[in-house]
Design a protein around this ligand. Structure first.
Ligand code: SAH
Ligand code: SF4
Ligand code: F3S
Length: 442
């Protein structure tokens, strides 16, 4: 009988994408993907360890799954993702009822490991890094009526920002061969995909050595992707300000398919903090990137990531961050309370700010971010926006079609089936339509 597999995923788009690959691999091996864990034969937890909270969630979840195992001794529990690489065998020591620990770069081995589980040996661990083998299995299979897809271009990170666990959990940067990426995107476009979101912790570090030692970089890749006719839009996450060179900025002039929106994490508005974080840029360098982009694309909007309460963050540092958010006038951003991670450089720093103070700062910062996102939304009223039509819903007894603007706002409009998978222009006529935008087809 076919085995049923339930997959639970936490973390960033990389983890989501990995889980998507796991699904593909398992379906190919004749497993069934199940949405109810209670009736599944195999449970997979794809974990994240970016902050301590994410880590704690894992053991809470495993505690719940332990009960299923008590009822069904043959249940296989596999734990993968970033916490798996970070903690390794320690996860098993704490939760000895699990059967497999796998890492972000060993997902392709899962079917083999499932077959190996038997009474003689009931536990396996394989968390090796530095392999792109998983992508060789990435046969393109997209459901009908899907128009947007993630495509991984680079794994790992060499930056070692002082606060961040990712270089330890995902290993060194390894770029996928450009031919594989381009072939995958071409295939996706033949299956109906019209927008690709290129994935990596540091996409602008993309690097490939071609013949005669010629370097093929992120800009070359973007240029080649833009030549694929049926791809209408290109996004990427995440790029790093340190390697956001002029060559990349200039592409915004040459490639209209690059969306008018950029998520560029700055983390702090204070040079002292940026230095301690080892981010490799100053505030004025970051600002220059934004102003150069705005020169080419005056309507471009930006979002960012912020860490609040980093060790040694003074009231002045915090104020600088707040002022910087206002100055750049970021659209929707993400902000997090600093969380101490094992092995990282910042973990050794003296952290004297009280949790109460940190929380207060985060609250103030998030209020500002929310206000700006709302203001950006208000500004959209009456404007003409281009959206990629992704689907339809029944709202107020009528079928309404929807798609996202370049700055990721969902817009509903009255359209029809033929608009699916196409770019259409709509005029924004309501900015508070079931908490989305409402547009009129032009
Ligand atoms: N590669 C991306 C970020 C990946 S992690 C970059 O360099 O920008 C996503 C976000 O999580 C980071 O931008 C940061 O804001 C946050 N983050 C990472 N480590 C953190 C930590 N230890 N505590 C709090 N937030 C953290
Ligand atoms: Fe982490 Fe820095 Fe790498 Fe981003 S660039 S993944 S924050 S180490
Ligand atoms: Fe989390 Fe790993 Fe992504 S730590 S944020 S799942 S790279």
């Amino acid at each position: 009988m076919k085995k049923k597999v339930y997959i639970k995923t936490w973390g960033c788009q990389m983890n989501d994408h990995d889980s998507h690959l796991i699904q593909n691999i398992l379906i190919k091996e004749k497993y069934i993907i199940e949405i109810n864990p209670e009736i599944s034969d195999i449970l997979i937890l794809n974990t994240c360890s970016i902050r301590e909270k994410a880590q704690k969630k894992v053991f809470d979840q495993l505690g719940r799954w332990k009960k299923f195992k008590e009822k069904n001794k043959n249940l296989i529990i596999a734990v993968g993702g970033c916490l798996a690489t970070q903690e390794g065998i320690k996860i098993y020591n704490r939760a000895p009822f699990i059967n497999i620990i796998f890492g972000p770069q060993t997902i392709q081995k899962l079917p083999h490991l499932f077959k190996k589980i038997n009474k003689k040996k009931n536990f396996f661990i394989d968390i090796k890094l530095n392999s792109l083998e998983k992508f060789n299995l990435n046969f393109v299979k997209t459901p009908k009526k899907k128009y947007i897809e993630y495509v991984s271009i680079i794994e790992g990170c060499n930056q070692f920002c002082s606060f961040c666990i990712v270089p330890y959990t995902r290993g060194k940067e390894i770029s996928r061969p450009s031919n594989d990426i381009l072939n995958e995107i071409k295939k996706l476009s033949n299956h109906g995909i019209r927008e690709v979101i290129l994935l990596g912790q540091n996409v602008n570090a993309y690097y490939e050595k071609k013949k005669h030692n010629k370097i093929y970089d992120f800009c070359d890749l973007l240029t080649d992707i833009s030549k694929i006719k049926k791809i209408f839009r290109i996004r990427y996450i995440t790029s790093h300000p340190k390697k956001f060179h002029n060559k990349l900025i200039k592409l915004y002039q040459k490639i209209p398919k690059l969306v008018n929106f950029l998520h560029l994490p700055v983390q702090s508005g204070s040079d002292n903090i940026l230095k301690s974080m080892k981010r490799g840029y100053t505030i004025s360098q970051y600002e220059k990137i934004i102003s150069k982009l705005k020169k080419i694309r005056p309507n471009m909007t930006f979002s960012s990531d912020f860490i609040v309460g980093y060790p040694g963050e003074t009231e002045k540092d915090f104020k600088n961050t707040l002022d910087f958010i206002k100055k750049i006038n970021f659209d929707t951003s993400f902000s997090f309370l600093y969380s101490k991670r094992p092995k990282t450089k910042a973990a050794k720093l003296n952290d004297s700010i009280s949790l109460e103070k940190k929380k207060k700062r985060l609250q103030i910062l998030q209020k500002q971010i929310k206000l700006q996102a709302l203001q950006w939304r208000r500004r959209m009223l009456g404007t003409i926006q281009q959206i990629l039509v992704e689907g339809s819903n029944i709202l107020n007894n009528t079928i309404e079609f929807f798609g996202k603007t370049e700055n990721n706002r969902r817009v509903y409009f009255l359209g029809n089936e033929k608009h699916l998978g196409t770019l259409v222009n709509v005029k924004i006529i309501n900015i508070n339509y079931h908490s989305f935008l409402k547009g009129k087809l032009l």
